[in-house]
Design a protein around this ligand. Sequence first.
Ligand SMILES: [Zn+2]
Length: 668
Amino acid sequence: MGYANTSQVGTGLRQRLYSRAFIVGSPSSPSDRFVYMVLDTQSGDTAIRNGILEGLKGLGSAYSMYSQKNVAVTGTHSHSGPGAWLNYLLPQITSLGFDKQSYQAIVDGAVLSIKRAHETLALGTVSAGSGKVNNANINRSLYAYLANPAEERARYPDNVDKTMTMLKFTRASDGKSIGMLNWFATHGTSLLGNQTVVAADNKGVAAYLFEQDVAASGNAAPGFVAGFSQANVGDTTPNVLGAWCEDGSNQECKLEDSTCGGKSQDCHGRGPFFGLNDGGVKSCYEIGKRQFEGAKAIYNSNGFTPITGSIRSFHTFVDFSNFSFQLPNGTTVSTCPAAMGNSFAAGTSDGPGAFDFVQNDPGAPSNPFWNVVGSLIAVPSAKQIKCHQPKPILLNVGEAKVPYDWSPNIVDIQALRVGQFIIIVSPGEATTMSGRRWREAVYNKAVSSKLVSSATPPIVVLGGPANTYSHYITTEEEYGVQRYEGASTLHGIHTLNAYINSTLTYLPYLADSATNASPPGPTPPDNRNNSISLITGVVYDGAGIGRKFGQATTDVSATYTRGSLVRAVFVGANPRNNLRLEGTFAAIEKQNNDASWTQVRNDKDWELVYEWKRVNGVTGTSDVTISWDTSITSPAAGLYRIQYYGDSKAVGGKITSFTGTSGVFKLT
Ligand SMILES: [Zn+2]
């Protein structure tokens, strides 16, 4: 999912997206196990989670221990992936509905990653470490953060969490590491809303660099997996140079409302390489690299704490449309049916103007989806308006049920535990201070209820957005300010406390003595089979008169010096004919001494970019451009060629694979 902008339509692939699965289990009790998934997606979601759980069931009885209770589906919060796979209508609107192909690719990859983790489970140890990662996040909603009590803010050195917390998994048989999973909060918005080539944003880069580095060192087990999980991401941004007015004034945006001359459109966050006009590509790589380097420093340190004890998990659904509970001070309060406030439409300095809403625009929205459903938005009742105060309701999504639910009212409450390490699995994007309060509440309860041994104090992390996408979670004070994050806090001013209350209610299910499963709670709607889809399929591809699919129309030069950009254009076909899962659309091959060829780069590599462009809709012709930036890593000198793997669709519907090969070029 991109920036909720209909004009942002995918045109290629910079870095293939992955699912990374971590299974932690007890050797003596196979049912004591959990799966923590890190998907290169905007979030976890009800649709894909249901698909994953069904997929696991389909794998047979050997997988029967994986269930609703112990599978956590989190997303890295990349804003540069394909959309149209979410369960509820609101995030479907700008991607023109729900697309089975997009959905199925995510589910299939996720299930395969669990299968691989399951098949390679090995006896070993888990240990935890942490350290600071500098210059990879700042607060994009400082004015709201400053509304939190001064005494509370004074307890923390920064206005975002700079700490990365890490689990290391070490195999007993040979002492080699088989994986690493960390939590660190920074938005997946380094790549900007004006770029349309798929990538996993900065966390995709970080995971890629870590896995490459570990593979090169030879110290870890083959197949080592590095998970860079998102944390309390809500008010963080990777655009660390701050938000500036791009209206020629060269002023910082107004602190209170991130405007320039009264408008949000000109206010943009700047990444470390702002000014290159590259859609944020270089900044994205840099923010990924900073997380990779931070993770590597922790990974190589001696400060790891052994994690020992039971493995437990719980999951339940709670209906937040009217959830009554007691605040710590004894007052009884309630949540409200979901609603979005006015500032939701303004977007953020990472991506102004969400969902085709432009402030003060007298024209009708141009998105055809609004024509289908635009008139069906529910009018909020007086009770609903009061419940959400001080949020002015823009979209009464929680009471909009036609043609199906617009936003989740029923949310996932889940936590996982291995020994003294507790993972809160958050459906929403908790802000910095929300995450701190939530973690602290769990920490305190874990201590006071003796959930973990007093000899090993709890280590609590928060991962998300996960399981269902419930937008944002702010503190009450931040909610009072009603910036984007507060306006997108779905269930009213008590949303955060409702999450904390629910987590604490079910926390006893993480105790050593807990044997029962947590109650399932109400079942959320499953919209996979009744969602609108306005996305049309591939009609047909044509090569064009006198041309063949895969033919190079602009070939490579004979020689390139290292550091230059190598590029070839081929007669292409629509990549949606075959997503080439587990395969590649593009490759660089290097010639060996015996004249044979070896693939040295493919479409998982950041430096190799695949772009597709429909040239003529009537003839069905298209161009595929494959470019290799040799300035990022330093590839060896030698003879190389580009391979393009495509699939064309004939008028009758038959899909045929083909390969295109560039001329040979010398890299000097
Ligand atoms: Zn976000």
